[in-house]
Design a protein around this ligand. Structure first.
Ligand SMILES: Nc1ncnc2c1ncn2[C@@H]1O[C@H](COP(=O)(O)OP(=O)(O)OP(=O)(O)O)[C@@H](O)[C@H]1O
Ligand SMILES: [Mg+2]
Length: 358
């Protein structure tokens, strides 16, 4: 029930700058994901919010109040750590009761809260067990439960479901999203899984080398990435990138037969970006002019297939519906919708079509 803010925060460990001048404002009751590659500073951001790390410069605000110098206990945040630590000698139930006992809640309140949360997390039958008797996934759910039994001003979770298997992870993320909506609390959720971030976040921050690369809704990040770096990080298979030249409103790729109208750009070198789902493929007709594209590999994945198309030494990926029936080596035509193309600066990676240029 609180906003969380980092204002110009930097945190270094020796020579490593873990967080580099970050400004971040997480709104009240928002499901906010922090997404980025390993060692980008995600956990450090949570530790700064929680008060386990002190910024070298900048401020931390909770609910508009400056808590930069306040101890963790006074910040009223509940945390699920990346390397979760349950008390090994306490049962799952007593682990979950712990934060409530610390707050001197009555046994009736403790029992009611634990039953309520345990039911939602499907761990009711496990409550009598010790952590050593639980699987990794079960332990993770108990750790989430321990955070959820409290009613803090915000929840912070660091890769809370990373140890679960894929199916359970999908279930849990839907469940967490629902729980967060029901409870109506601010939740900051760190993940290195882009699909997970895209599927649950109201808004997300992409962190790169201790900096914010972009903040926005999953739709913003996916469809309006500010840079090639962000574009590459979200979406699977990743966006295709093709170098080439723009001249008088047309894009001409280097070395491959791709020539498109592309409005809104000044003449010069660009990197064209096109997502696999925006590339359509059709068989070449007998007698047509050679297209220069042929099938390199197809990967049927049930509802859709990933088709790798080779042209010279460039491989482009297309995502097509259903089971792709192209024989290997077959010549094909590519269809790219220019209105779905992105254009990036080859030097600094900036998205050249944002900011009203198109
Ligand atoms: N207590 C510490 N002492 C020294 N260096 C640290 C400490 N905590 C973090 N770092 C360094 O700061 C950088 C950012 O670490 P952080 O744990 O925030 O990354 P992360 O994005 O959470 O990574 P991961 O995805 O691997 O969990 C890393 O280079 C890390 O080695
Ligand atoms: Mg981490």
């Amino acid at each position: 029930m609180s906003t969380l803010e980092l204002v110009g925060v930097t945190k270094a460990y020796g020579k490593t700058i873990a967080v580099d001048g970050i400004d971040l404002r997480i709104e009240n009751n928002e499901f906010f994901c922090i997404f980025g590659p390993p060692s980008s500073g995600k956990s450090t951001i949570l530790r700064l919010l929680l008060g386990l790390a002190h910024p070298d410069s900048g401020k931390v605000l909770i609910g508009g109040r400056d808590v930069t110098d306040s101890p963790p206990a006074s910040r009223d945040l509940a945390m699920v750590f990346q390397n979760l630590a349950l008390f090994p000698h306490l049962t799952a139930r007593e682990n979950m009761a712990f934060p409530l006992r610390e707050r001197h809640e009555t046994q009736a309140v403790i029992d009611a809260q634990i039953s309520n949360v345990a039911e939602k997390l499907h761990i009711l039958p496990l409550l009598h067990k010790l952590p050593g008797q639980l699987s990794g996934g079960e332990r993770q759910r108990v750790a989430i439960g321990r955070a959820l039994v409290r009613k803090p001003s915000a929840y912070l979770m660091d890769e809370p479901i990373a140890a679960l298997d894929a199916r359970l992870r999908e279930e849990m993320r839907v469940e967490l999203k629902r729980l967060q909506r029901e409870v109506g609390h601010t939740l900051v959720y760190v993940t290195h899984d882009q699909e997970e971030a895209m599927s649950i976040a109201d808004r997300m921050a992409i962190i790169w080398k201790g900096r914010v690369a972009q903040i926005g809704s999953p739709d913003d990040i996916y469809n309006r990435p500010v840079s090639k770096y962000v574009a590459e990080l979200v979406g699977s298979p990743p966006m295709n990138f093709i170098e080439g030249t723009v001249r008088s409103g047309r894009f001409q790729a280097d070395g491959i037969a791709l020539d498109l109208p592309l409005a809104g750009l000044i003449d010069g070198r660009i990197i064209l970006g096109i997502r696999p789902e925006d590339v359509a493929v059709s068989s070449a007709m007998p007698g047509q002019k050679p297209s220069g594209f042929s099938i390199f590999e197809t990967e049927p994945l049930g509802a859709f297939s990933i088709v790798d198309i080779i042209a010279g030494d460039t491989i482009l990926k297309a995502q097509v519906r259903g089971h792709a029936k192209f024989p290997l080596g077959q010549e094909v035509n590519l269809h790219v919708d220019p209105s779905h193309c992105h254009a990036f600066d080859p030097i600094n990676g900036a998205n050249l079509l944002l900011n009203g240029q198109r």
